[in-house]
Design a protein around this ligand. Structure first.
Ligand code: UDX
Length: 447
């Protein structure tokens, strides 16, 4: 099949590449000329394991191409994806400017019957708005071309995006016509093997499914962070509690890891957007507001532990910080807990030495050069002259440090483990104080 995709961000680029990988001819469109030029040469603007070789192989095979021309997209294909960003606007609602601009271009350039697939995360009712914008453009041009709009939300995780796309757990199709469902079924057939993964529904339910999935996952995390905060105060260890409750299959082990708070491009934005959608229709989503509030506090929790340990005296102290990305296997620092911590440490007068296996360039772009920040080339370099170590992102490379070497390097002899990746006994037996998240023992021991 011939497919065009508007937007070469995470979602558009990964989807386009995977659709090309299974034999389709895919044209990806972006308004950013430099990005398109780069992609044509195989330069991938994001860090995503497995993506680069796939982009290169499919480009070389002539199945994947890139352009800035909307007209080309509509000439190339009769299935056209919208996969552009929906950033939050000032009040947290999803900003549909890019989605509706693409809808307008689609209407402007449509030449033959076209199926428009909305993959961007958009508030309920957007498929209807996209349909109206396209119809308006066609009417303005005085042409009558058949088109349909379906909602097909994505569930890609950064770092696992290629795998998630090639082997999806579910493929949500929100459609208003049988014909549209059949065409989507055909397009997704290579990804829908062994058992039925297509869940077909109306467009509004599909749009809400995406928000509900992310809000549910964010709720699990905030719930666990709340339990961690209770554990800390009552002298319990949330890691034991986590295993205790995860063994109940109704609860499950996944997504109940307490930590430094959730970040990234989806959870914070989507929880907020769903809450705003609810408010606009006169419903107060109390649970969602709480999920967000707990997460905002959690992002400040590491600083509270650090500040308490040093009796509020952080001026002139040097803190080693391991992990800047919002989670491992990505260079993405959007809404990352590390950013909240850095701002708090700087405001308290501390200097920070940072290391992340992938996000150093991104950090440089965000913070530039400043006297109270040292960009380090290795986790070891970040420890040089530092008083304390704070682990903010659980990269595998940080899981088994030499604790004796850590103890020798750290002036303040203390480790703050923002992801509970260490065994407190092991850290303490090296002569270091240990703080985790929701591990009340460190508080009880005054450690
Ligand atoms: C998420 C959804 O998982 C994905 O389905 C959706 O399409 C986009 O949003 P992503 O943002 O890439 O994907 O990251 P994810 O792996 O889900 O992690 C989100 C955040 O939650 C990270 O900051 C992570 O550290 C945090 N997290 C996750 C926890 O704090 N505890 C957990 O148990 C799980």
């Amino acid at each position: 099949m011939r497919v065009s995709i508007f937007g070469t961000g995470y979602v558009g680029l990964v989807t386009g590449t995977c659709l090309a990988e299974v034999g389709n001819h895919v044209l990806c469109i972006d308004i950013d000329q430099a990005k398109v030029d780069g992609l044509r040469r195989g330069v991938i603007p994001i860090y995503e394991p497995g993506l680069e070789p796939m982009v290169k192989a499919n480009t070389a095979a002539g199945r994947l191409s890139f352009s800035t021309e909307a007209a080309e997209a509509l000439g190339h294909a009769d299935i056209v994806f919208i996969a552009v960003g929906t950033p939050p606007d000032e009040d947290g609602s999803a900003d549909l400017r890019h989605v509706l601009a693409v809808a307008r271009s689609i209407g402007e350039h449509m030449q033959r019957p076209t199926l428009v697939v909305d993959k961007s995360t958009v508030p309920v009712g957007t498929a209807d708005r996209v349909r109206a914008v396209i119809a308006g453009e066609l009417q303005r041009r005085g042409v009558d071309i058949d088109f349909d709009v379906v909602s097909n939300p994505e569930f890609l995780k950064e770092g696992d995006a290629v795998k998630d796309c090639m082997r999806p757990d579910r493929i949500i199709i929100g459609a208003e016509s049988e014909d549209a469902v059949e065409r989507m079924r055909g397009l997704y057939a290579p990804f829908n093997r062994n058992h039925e993964r297509l869940v077909v529904m109306d467009t509004r339910s599909a749009e809400l499914t995406k928000y509900a999935a992310n809000a549910m996952l964010a709720t699990k995390i905030s719930f666990m962070n709340e339990i961690a905060n209770i554990a800390e105060r009552v002298g319990a260890d949330v890691e034991m509690v986590r295993q205790g409750i995860g063994s109940d299959p109704r609860i499950g082990y996944s997504f109940i890891y307490p930590g430094a708070g959730y970040g990234g491009s989806c959870f914070p934005k989507d929880v907020q957007a769903l809450e705003r959608t609810a408010r606009q229709i006169g419903y107060e989503a109390r649970l969602l507001s709480a999920v967000e509030a707990v997460n905002d506090d959690q992002k400040r929790h590491l600083f509270a532990l650090i500040s308490r340990h040093f009796d509020g005296q952080l001026r002139g102290r040097c803190i080693a910080l391991w992990g800047l990305a919002f989670k491992p296997n990505t260079d993405d620092m959007r809404e990352a807990p590390s950013r909240t911590l850095l701002e708090q440490l700087w405001a308290a007068g501390a200097r920070v030495q940072v290391f992340d296996p992938e996000a150093m360039d991104e950090a440089r772009r965000l913070f530039g050069e400043r006297a109270d920040l040292r960009y380090c080339e290795s986790s070891g370099q970040a420890l040089e002259g530092a008083d304390a170590l704070v682990v903010v992102t659980e990269w595998k490379a940080f899981w088994s440090p030499d604790f004796d070497a850590l103890a020798a390097a750290l002036g303040g002899k203390v480790v703050f483990d923002g992801r509970n990746i260490y065994d407190p006994d092991q850290v303490e037996s090296a002569g270091l104080a240990y703080y985790g998240i929701g591990r009340g023992r460190s508080v009880a021991r005054g450690g």
